[in-house]
Structure formats: structure tokens, C-alpha cells
Design a protein around this ligand. Structure first.
Ligand code: G3P
Length: 221
């Protein structure tokens, strides 16, 4: 589960990757891919995907709450029972206070869920690594959803994020994301020292998903 090199697809709230379309995308990954993938569906889709595919699933977010008197929150136990094997934490589109990130990582460890903490710069990546997650994902917010890959636009910052994370804890894996859309982008990310990528629009919005999946993993050795 979550072996490196890893390609993580975030379905976000794109209409192209919710409900049946999330299942369709995950089934194509299951059938066509030769690499290590994980998918982050909308919370309501996790159970359907886990019952119909074997691709590792991660929640997009979990709230730092315990079972009990909370309304409208995403509870770890619900995500896990639906089939999530881990979660993204602190995505740029769902930022949290550091104390909340700490609490969620601790609860995930207690409940044997994998953790990917997202960070918007190398220093935040280092702070995130200090919490001992499985991965830190460095994503510059201004490049998210765009056409230029983080590994092309900011290679020195990707290297810096890797260096800072490994200095804090060499066991924490590093991913990078934002604008990743093809095999060259994945290769550059790996060449910069990461253990994989986190991506969304480049695959989710693609017409020919099978082709993009094959391309994304084509240069992984
Ligand atoms: O979670 C992945 C992400 O924020 C990157 O999005 O669309 O730039 O691949 P995208």
C-alpha cells in the first residue's frame, strides 16, 4: 500500500471524477497501470470504489474530530469503514491549523491509516515532516490546475523540499504536485529526488484517460 514511486490522483470536486465517473477512472487505472497508484475520491464515493476496485483509496480530507457530537464533519472512522486506506491532510484547497494537522496524523497512526500532508513551500514541508507522516506532498498553490509542472517551474524548490524533509526525517517520502500531466513531468519529479507525484486536472479532465495513465507512468524505471 502506497509503495514508491507513487502516483496519486486527486479527484477533487471535478464533475469528470465524481460518482460513476470516479469508478470508471479508477477501473481504468486498475486495468491499465503497471505502477503504484492511489486515488482520492469524494467522500461519498469511497465505499463504491472500494467495493468495486482494488486501487488504494485515500480520503481528500479528514476533520480533527472524535466520534460523537459533531455535525457535518468528516470522521476518520467513517472514511476507514468506507474503505479509505489513508488520507490527504492540509491540501492547499483545504488548509488546516498546524495543531489540527498534528491531531489528524496522530489519529491516523492510532487507526493504521496512511498520511500525506500537503505543504505549500519547502519550510512548511519540513514542519510537516516533523509530524512523521508517510509522505509530504509539496505543491506550490499558484501552479495548481495549470499547465506548467512544478518540476519545470520550480525544480530548485522541489529539491529544497526533498532536502529539508529528509533532514528532518529520512523515512518520510516526498511527493510533488501541481501541473503534472505527462510522463516527462513524473520523470523530472523523480529525478529531483521525490518518491512520486500528486496530480488532478491533467488526468481527470483528459479525454483519453487510458493514454494519459500509460504516458504518466511510462518513464518510471
Ligand atoms: O492534489 C493535486 C493537486 O492540487 C494538483 O492539481 O490539477 O495541478 O494536477 P493539478
Amino acid at each position: 500500500m502506497l509503495e514508491s514511486p507513487l502516483i496519486v490522483v486527486n479527484c477533487k470536486t471535478y464533475v469528470e471524477s465524481i460518482g460513476e465517473k470516479a469508478l470508471e477512472l479508477t477501473k481504468i487505472i486498475e486495468k491499465e497501470s503497471d505502477a503504484n497508484w492511489a486515488v482520492c475520491p469524494q467522500p461519498c464515493d469511497i465505499r463504491m470504489l472500494s467495493e468495486n476496485t482494488k486501487v488504494p483509496l485515500l480520503a481528500q480530507h479528514i476533520d480533527p474530530v472524535e466520534p460523537g457530537s459533531n455535525t457535518g464533519r468528516l470522521l476518520l472512522e467513517t472514511m476507514k469503514s468506507a474503505g479509505a486506506q489513508g488520507t490527504l491532510i492540509n491540501h492547499s484547497e483545504r488548509r488546516l491549523k498546524f495543531s489540527a494537522v498534528d491531531r489528524i496524523v496522530a489519529r491516523c497512526k492510532e487507526n493504521e491509516l496512511k498520511t500525506i500532508i500537503c505543504a505549500n513551500n519547502p519550510d512548511v514541508s519540513a514542519s510537516a515532516a516533523a509530524l512523521g507522516p508517510d509522505f509530504v506532498a509539496y505543491e506550490p498553490p499558484e501552479l495548481i490546475g495549470g499547465d506548467i509542472s512544478v518540476s519545470d517551474a520550480k525544480p530548485e524548490l522541489v529539491e529544497k523540499a526533498v532536502e529539508k524533509v529528509k533532514k528532518v526525517d529520512p523515512d518520510v517520502g516526498v511527493l510533488c504536485g501541481a501541473g503534472v500531466k505527462n510522463g516527462e513531468d513524473v520523470k523530472s519529479a523523480l529525478d529531483l529526488g521525490t518518491e512520486g507525484v500528486l496530480l488532478a486536472s491533467g488526468l481527470v479532465k483528459a479525454e483519453n484517460k487510458k493514454e494519459v495513465i500509460k504516458d504518466l507512468e511510462s518513464l518510471i524505471r
